[in-house]
Design a protein around this ligand. Sequence first.
Ligand SMILES: *Cc1c(COP(=O)(O)O)cnc(C)c1O
Length: 394
Amino acid sequence: MKKQTKAIRIQAERSQNREHSVPLYLTSSFTFEDAEQGRAIFAEEQAGNIYSRYMNPNVDEFVDKMCMLENTEDGIAFATGMAANFAAMGGLLQSGDHVVASKALFGSCIQILTKILPKWGITCTFVDGIDLAQWEAAIQENTKFLFCESPSNPGLELIDIEAICQLKAKHNLILAIDNCFATPIIQTPADWGADLVIHSATKYIDGQGRVLGGVICGREDLIKEIRFFARHTGPSMSPFNAWVLSKSLETLHLRMEKHSDNAAKLAAALEKNPALNAVKYPFLASHPQYELAKKQMKMGGAILTIDVKGGFEAVNEMSKHLTIASVSPNLGDTRTIITHPASTTHSKLSVDQKAEVGITDGLVRIAVGLEAVEDLIADFEQALEKAMVGSLVG
Ligand SMILES: *Cc1c(COP(=O)(O)O)cnc(C)c1O
């Protein structure tokens, strides 16, 4: 069966009520027939639910679908994407271990690696993710873990996933990839050999801007260690969120195709716009890693960036005149969202750090939604025209 079919048909076991849509299992604990069954389930001699911090039918259904989509042996769900990222590192690393990570990481991942893990003696070296020689040079005797994101946020830089998988195999390291922007519809890093694939399910997996969630899919032995960490520290996904997210996976294929189609058309239209210094999108021939994008991504994804002439002032003017796109620090919604990274999500970075990851004053991230693309193109064109006039007058 195709993955689309499985994403719709994998379901928690039907109850005696013969429901068609899976019910919500809002229960903190589960019952045992008798004390002997409780003992046997705790001793793992018998399969069975115990307590919703450990497992829950809605959460398990969501994880089963994610592992199927990511082609991994096992998986575990979390309350948020950051809980997933932290549990991957907290669960697998110990004092004295070293991490090599790409500079172009989600902001909170950088905070974990630079401010939180060092408290327990875990250190990190950051490298320019697209330069494989830097990754290799940064590997030390105590290096255990490689961590990156592709495409990166907001620079849309790509990591050569096949090459980095070869590097981690050569040095016998654990490679974790944050696959949030691409989703398993566009790329499945485990097929190249990635050990862990991490998601903020808050983004395209929900896809409708409703709930937070996270998930790690990967090698069974690693997930087992992370599961131990998670069961006892408690960053579990709620059954309600799992129910919402599992339903969302039924339409992930359709949504990612439409998001990518809309984004490609908007990027192509904006590339000609005189109000912009640059447009970046993985499937535009002008993207510096276009060949790699075509090799490892099935579609271009939903995110593009534009660099507006006139910096923040012009961006602000444009944002006032947009009638459809929302101004919000999120992505992965049916609604098109614009974000100005330099003043919001990446405002804590120094001037040099911003320059290193390509965050200029005029850079705007557009997370293209599912509205009719003709409407989006017309909306950005009129807003940019007014922004040009406005900032010229100003
Ligand atoms: C949003 C995001 C996260 C964090 O996810 P939350 O669900 O907000 O905790 C991590 N990585 C990437 C790439 C993201 O976009």
